[in-house]
Design a protein around this ligand. Structure first.
Ligand code: ACM
Length: 528
């Protein structure tokens, strides 16, 4: 008798425990949108204290039928499916969908919508609604949705939920229109899969441009059909004597397409007139003495130059810029122009002026390293401030705009400190705080906010040889440079940022990123 009664009580007891467990779990769930660790920090966040839940039957609705809009819906679904295990169907709708839906909608008249990458998130317990005036804005907003979910959302295997997002409103748009990173595929070559992963990193932090350094003394990395020896010969080595490599035109187009799907513009760079040994080794006629140079696998700079006074040099450059420009939908062509120590200034100036004409004739605006400001810049040309602030001043005096990449702050190939195994240190150590704690608009006297298009974090690869080493140099500094480009200077404080950044440790872990665990940051790993 007694035994039977116990049997009846047991299920009730279990139920009570389950309810209690549920309640105690609920307590830990996010309910304060304004305390979420979003990088870059949004312009405005208002919390309403409840939460929205992603459920097995959640549908992602897009308010239209264009393939581009549906594509953003599918992108979000593909990011969330592996870890949730939910089907997350993507549908287009003209109506206001029901409870539990995610809605991506092209609309808006707000300040966020006025910016070509702005977006708004309206999150209630019933619905998560993302609005933007452009597809790019929706795509940037999708990155915020990813960051509002638990870090495990980024894992590629199914994880335990719940998948809850704090409610409230986010209104967000970037401070600068140009936010990017450069990958040097010349000193060491990196294939298309590595470049795709690099693009994923940029997208996650709302960057919008990928600068590919496609040629240098040590290697030529892009197929040019009218000058085939560039890749037959000039691509066959790299720093240290490895076998190098190159992108076929088909592969380059695939990179451009993948970048485009991430609302990222590719900026191809052919560095000239210096940093040209790989081309000079491939074609004797590009040398003043008519003799091909030897291939080069060292890291010294400043010894090579195109022959400025030969017409064939300009035929070559015209063909190269034409073929690359035909495959590049973005507005820019980067002409390099740095460290041309083997070119007399009196030759350098007319060279840069002529190359600008060539790029313009193929429909492109030029970007060049800051030395190009010694030449007369064409309207629309941009000088990339890396070494000499005086050059930035000269560019601005001509009415040109500046892209900010100060080496002692924004170069993510600089070592963090003396223990860093990879990278160089000629511009000093660049710890995570150094790389975050600066304002493009006050860095160079005479170069103000209105002169600056944005920021770029270059990654040179003299001694960086694989994607894990790339990750170590990129993270966590890329996140900080992305925030400098996106978030207004008055909203950025290192002490507050370092707390948010620490919480991205578990996101890096979830994405299997090999990041530098700076001692300046209290990291939250995935297991903690
Ligand atoms: C550069 O770092 N040589 C632009």
């Amino acid at each position: 008798m007694y035994h039977k009664k116990q049997k009846q009580i047991l299920p009730l007891l279990l139920l009570a425990i389950a309810v209690l467990f549920q309640v105690s779990c609920t307590k830990q769930e996010p309910s304060d949108l304004s305390s979420e660790s979003i990088i870059p920090k949004p312009v405005s966040v208002v919390s309403t204290g409840a939460y929205f839940s992603l459920k097995p039957n959640t549908v992602i609705y897009v308010t239209g039928e264009s393939p581009e809009l549906l594509g953003i819906g599918h992108y979000l679904a593909e990011k969330l499916r592996p870890s949730t295990g939910y089907s997350l169907n993507v549908k287009s709708t003209a109506d206001n969908p029901g409870k539990g839906s995610i809605i991506l909608s092209l609309e808006g008249t707000s300040a966020a919508a006025a910016n070509s990458e702005g977006y708004e998130l309206h999150i209630t317990a019933k619905q998560l609604r993302l609005t933007a005036a452009t597809h790019a804005g929706l795509f940037r907003g999708v990155q915020t949705i990813r960051q509002l979910l638990p870090a495990r959302i980024e894992m590629t295997e199914r994880q335990q939920g719940p998948w809850k997002i704090a409610t409230g409103t986010i209104s967000d748009y970037p401070e600068y229109s140009h936010r990017g990173a450069m990958l040097d595929v010349a000193r060491h070559f990196f294939g298309i899969d590595d470049v795709r992963r690099f693009i994923d990193f940029l997208a996650y932090y709302k960057m919008n441009s990928l600068h590919l350094h496609l040629s240098d003394d040590q290697g030529w990395r892009i197929e040019i059909k009218s000058w085939p020896n560039l890749t037959l010969h000039g691509s066959t080595t790299e720093v240290g004597g490895g076998s190098g490599g190159f992108f076929t035109q088909e592969q380059y187009r695939a990179i451009v397409e993948y970048a485009g799907e991430n609302y990222i513009t590719v900026i191809p760079e052919i560095d000239m007139p210096g940093h040209t040994n790989a081309a000079l080794a491939s074609y004797p006629e590009l040398n003043c003495d008519g003799k091909a140079t030897e291939l080069y696998t060292g890291i010294e700079v400043g010894f090579s130059s195109f022959c400025i006074h030969k017409e064939i040099t300009y035929k070559f450059i015209d063909d190269v810029i034409r073929e690359i420009s035909e495959m590049t939908p973005g507005p820019y062509f980067h002409i390099g122009g740095d460290e041309s120590h083997a070119t007399k200034l009196s030759d350098y100036i007319p060279f840069v002026e002529r190359v600008q004409e060539i790029a313009t004739s193929h429909g492109k605006q030029c970007i060049g390293w800051d030395e190009i400001a010694n030449a007369k810049l064409k309207p629309g040309s941009i000088a990339q401030n890396w070494a000499n602030p005086k050059n930035a001043g000269k560019a601005v005096a001509q009415g040109a705009k500046i892209l900010m990449s100060p080496a002692n702050k924004a170069y993510i190939d600089m070592k963090y400190d003396k223990t860093t195994k990879y990278g160089l240190q000629w511009a000093g150590f660049v710890e995570v705080d150094v790389s975050y704690n600066w304002d493009p608009a006050t860095l160079v006297p005479g170069v103000g906010r209105e002169d600056i298009v944005g920021v770029e974090a270059p990654l040179w690869t003299e001694n960086i040889t694989n994607i894990k080493e790339i990750e170590y140099m990129v993270f966590p500094r890329l996140a900080g440079i992305a925030e400098i480009g996106w978030t207004p200077a008055e909203s950025r404080k290192w002490e507050e940022y370092r707390t948010r950044l620490g919480r991205h440790g578990e996101r890096f872990d979830a994405m299997d990123i090999n990041y530098y665990k700076s001692p300046l940051v209290d990291w939250t790993g995935l297991d903690e």
